[in-house]
Write a protein that binds this ligand. Structure first.
Ligand SMILES: C[S@@+](CC[C@H](N)C(=O)[O-])C[C@H]1O[C@@H](n2cnc3c(N)ncnc32)[C@H](O)[C@@H]1O
Length: 351
């Protein structure tokens, strides 16, 4: 945990604000790039989940006013218009908003969809609209809460959603499991000799990174434990901060090198027999969120049917409110008795 210890508190606040401003412009610069949106649109597990959820619930959309928070290139707005919404407002702060307007036109939805460029926290809705029936948004980041966009959706809900209105998706769940990494020593060894040069200091620099990576389903050694849930129609709009104790059952004998985090979101509305869920678990089809890997410093040897316990905490980073810090404890039975592994991680550059 760092910080400019010598500064007077007011200077520190100003510095933090400035850092946050820079990071905010970087965030929206990333979302102004076409490639970022191409990656999202090509993630068919993601895009199809939204399409299915909206189209399977046409009766909920027909004649309704819909707000798309962070509409990007406008795909969710167009889905909503196609499902019969009478008015869709897509709000987007990044420059990609200009393209969204064109795309809406190209698809003949300009009489239904209005794209408004600006921050959801600052815009007025067009035509004097004061209330909406449905909010749709793809707000999720890695480990569900990285990127912090949930707060923008909850802000919009508190400002414009009519009583009894819907937020889609309406549930987000974060899960933890234990996994092995058969390439761990190879990956670690890489830095010892990079074309004949010692770069082993990199190993220590990255040891506390919450790494976004694809975990093969056969490398998951435990069941999963539900760490945290958000019900979007009810959750208070407060910073995400929690500590959860977990217990995991080992499914296969092996070595746990890391704990992994993944999430799912649910569209639990309407009369549909099989509500749509979008899962980023290693057992589900690949998504651009992949999984978040928290590498342990020492391997944990486990036997099938044994239980391992621990705790996971998640808190906004002091350096960038869109990043999250994690604290992880894993307890395992080893030859010498109960061993506790404890480590901090961050999704930011600094703890
Ligand atoms: C993950 S993308 C989703 C884009 C689009 N809805 C889709 O599904 O392809 C999130 C979008 O929300 C926008 N966004 C994030 N926070 C916002 C805010 N506070 N106000 C307006 N737009 C925001 C980003 O610029 C980004 O384009």
């Amino acid at each position: 945990m760092s910080g400019d210890q010598g500064d007077a508190p007011t200077c520190k606040m100003e510095k933090l604000q400035l850092t946050d401003d820079l990071e905010e412009s970087e965030f929206f610069r990333t979302y102004s790039r076409l490639e970022t949106h191409l990656d999202l649109l090509k993630d068919s597990a993601r895009t199809m989940a939204y399409k299915d959820a909206i189209q399977q619930n046409r009766e909920l959309f027909e004649g309704k006013v819909v707000l798309d928070v962070g509409c990007g290139m406008g795909i969710l707005s167009i889905f909503a218009a196609k499902a019969g919404a009478s008015k869709v407002i897509g709000v987007e702060n990044a420059d990609i908003a200009a393209l969204a307007m064109q795309i809406v036109k190209e698809n003949g939805k300009e009489n239904v969809v209005n794209v408004v460029k600006g921050l959801i926290e600052e815009v007025e809705l067009p035509d004097g609209i004061q209330q909406v029936d449905i909010i749709v948004s793809d707000w999720m980041g890695s480990s569900l809460y990285v990127e912090g966009m949930l707060h923008s959706v909850l802000f919009a809900r508190d400002k414009w959603l009519r009583p009894g209105g819907l937020v889609l998706p309406n549930v987000g769940n974060l899960w933890i499991a234990g996994a092995c990494d058969p390439h761990r020593s190879l990956n670690n060894g890489f830095w010892n000799n990079v074309e004949g040069f010692d770069m082993s200091s990199v190993k220590y620099a990255v040891a506390h990174e919450a790494v976004v990576d694809c975990v093969a389903s056969q490398n998951v050694l435990t069941n999963s434990f539900l760490v945290h849930s958000t019900l979007l129609e009810r959750a208070p709009n407060e910073p995400i901060k929690f500590r959860t104790v977990f217990a995991l059952e080992v499914l296969r004998t092996g070595i746990i090198h890391s704990m992994i985090l993944y999430f799912d979101v649910g569209f639990f509305v309407g009369q549909t027999e099989k509500p749509v869920t979008l899962s980023t678990s290693p057992q589900s089809p690949w998504t651009h969120w992949e999984q978040t890997v928290l590498h342990l410093d020492k391997p944990v040897y486990v036997q099938a049917n044994e239980r391992i316990t621990g705790g996971i905490g998640m808190f906004p980073s002091a350096h960038n409110s869109r990043c999250m810090n994690f604290e992880l404890r894993v307890r395992s039975k080893e030859a010498q008795g109960l061993v506790s592994h404890f480590k901090y991680f961050t999704s930011s550059q600094k703890l």
